[in-house]
Design a protein around this ligand. Structure first.
Ligand code: SAH
Length: 403
């Protein structure tokens, strides 16, 4: 690596970086000196020559560089990554999320000052996802540092996100170190429930760890209730509701493999016999269609969970996404008994909590119903996010009592 490639910013483009936002978009750059290769570290300087930080360069991406450090004394080398990884692991320890049988988000990319790197822990197995060219450049160093900091039984790489294409990287999937006896499914314990995680084919790294605390909330609320879990995936909310004593839990998802794993997760928790349990049905359907069907049948529920996939991929699709959130809540609310509970989520980073709340407010008004918020929900604590990086707070939800 040459000593000092340099990224010179346009005027005024350094402020958000100083506030903790680590992305430098191509449009913010005045010029790049000494032609750094993908992944190389460059000094970032303001238009008038002030040193701002060090960043990893990614020539193919719109996010042209990601800040590593704002400290002039901090070099980007192997010990840098060892320190950052150790700090991330220590933080999960302080949050009480290092129980051996459990799962947690061990490294949350920008939130742990390691942009482009996600590492989830499922018991003693780590699943790592490298999403940027600079992180790819340091791949060996990172894997070694993870090994030293955690001593996992195995590390599986799930570098198959779409963002890799934008970085000029191809996908890479497979064991990078060790192997489990159970193949590609790993069992974890989460707030008193057991879940089987398919690390090979599951979404993201296999499981939505971001909803862990919200699933625990559902468990606490569900006693004696008729629960409808929309977009149920592998049954995270469903199983916790059932363990919490729900009278009935209906799970709706359009993916049969996800529903099969959900049924297996009920069984893992001793909640159903060979042929399933009629209190816990699974419905393979589009959620909007299912809601319509329930409405026609005049079905009623006491607790409805809406946890759809990302409706807005970027700020470009914002209006359409807000309309979809409104439409979804509008279709669900008529099924809710008076005094019932609605838990509704958005995981679109481009949708602000305020805009999301407005879409839900309108959906209730469309039904001449009113809601009172008793919890504002977010991703679990192990998904730390920098104050200055609003994209880090992508998951938002409202827990409402609906009159
Ligand atoms: N709540 C889950 C995660 C939901 S992920 C958990 O806690 O684990 C979103 C799910 O929505 C996926 O399982 C996907 O299969 C499903 N899905 C996406 N679009 C859908 C649609 N239109 N109708 C039904 N399910 C859909």
């Amino acid at each position: 690596m040459p000593l000092h490639p340099k990224i010179v910013l346009k005027g005024g483009k350094e402020r958000h970086i100083r506030h903790g936002h680590p992305w430098i978009f191509s449009g913010a750059i005045e010029r790049v000196e000494d032609s750094p290769q993908p992944g190389w570290t460059a000094d970032v300087v303001s238009y008038d020559g002030r040193w701002i930080g060090r960043a990893g360069y990614s020539p193919k991406s719109q996010i042209r560089a990601r800040v590593w450090t704002l400290d002039p004394a901090e070099e980007v080398d192997a010990s840098f990554f060892q320190r950052r990884i150790r700090a991330a692991v220590d933080l999960r320890g302080r949050l009480g999320r290092l129980d051996a049988a459990g799962g947690c988000r061990l490294i949350n990319a920008e939130g742990d000052r390691l942009p482009g790197l996600v590492v989830d822990r499922f018991a003693d197995v780590l699943v790592a996802q490298i999403n940027s060219a600079p992180m790819e450049y340091w791949r060996e160093t990172i894997l070694e540092a993870l090994e030293v900091a955690v001593r996992p039984r195995a590390i599986y790489e799930r570098s198959d996100s779409d963002s890799r294409g934008k970085e000029g990287l191809s996908k890479r999937v497979g064991w990078v170190q060790g192997k489990t006896d159970g193949g590609l499914s790993v069992e974890i314990e989460e707030f008193g429930a057991r879940f089987s995680v398919d690390i090979e084919r599951g979404h993201k790294t296999g499981f939505y760890l971001d909803q862990a605390e919200n699933r625990a909330l559902v468990r606490a609320l569900a006693g004696g209730l008729r629960v409808l879990n929309c977009f149920s995936y592998t049954g995270g909310f469903s199983v916790q509701a059932a363990l919490g004593g729900a009278k009935e839990v209906v799970s709706v998802d359009s993916s049969q493999p996800a529903l099969d794993l959900s049924a297996a997760n009920y069984a893992l928790n001793g909640l159903s016999g060979q042929n399933g349990d009629e209190r816990f049905p699974h419905l393979c359907s589009d959620v909007f269609k299912a809601l319509e069907g329930f409405r026609d049948e005049e079905r009623r529920f006491d607790l409805i969970i809406l946890d759809p996939p990302k409706f807005a991929a970027s700020s470009g699709g914002l209006e359409r996404a807000l309309h979809a959130y409104r439409k979804l809540s509008r279709a669900a609310v008529p099924l809710l008994e008076a005094g019932g509970i609605l838990l509704t989520f958005s995981c679109s980073g481009a949708v602000s909590p305020e805009a999301f709340q407005r879409s839900v407010t309108l959906a209730l008004a469309d039904n001449q119903r009113r809601g009172r918020v008793f919890r504002r929900l977010s991703a679990a604590a192990d998904h730390v996010a920098d104050l200055g990086f609003s994209e880090g707070a992508y998951l938002k939800g409202l827990a409402l009592m609906v009159e």
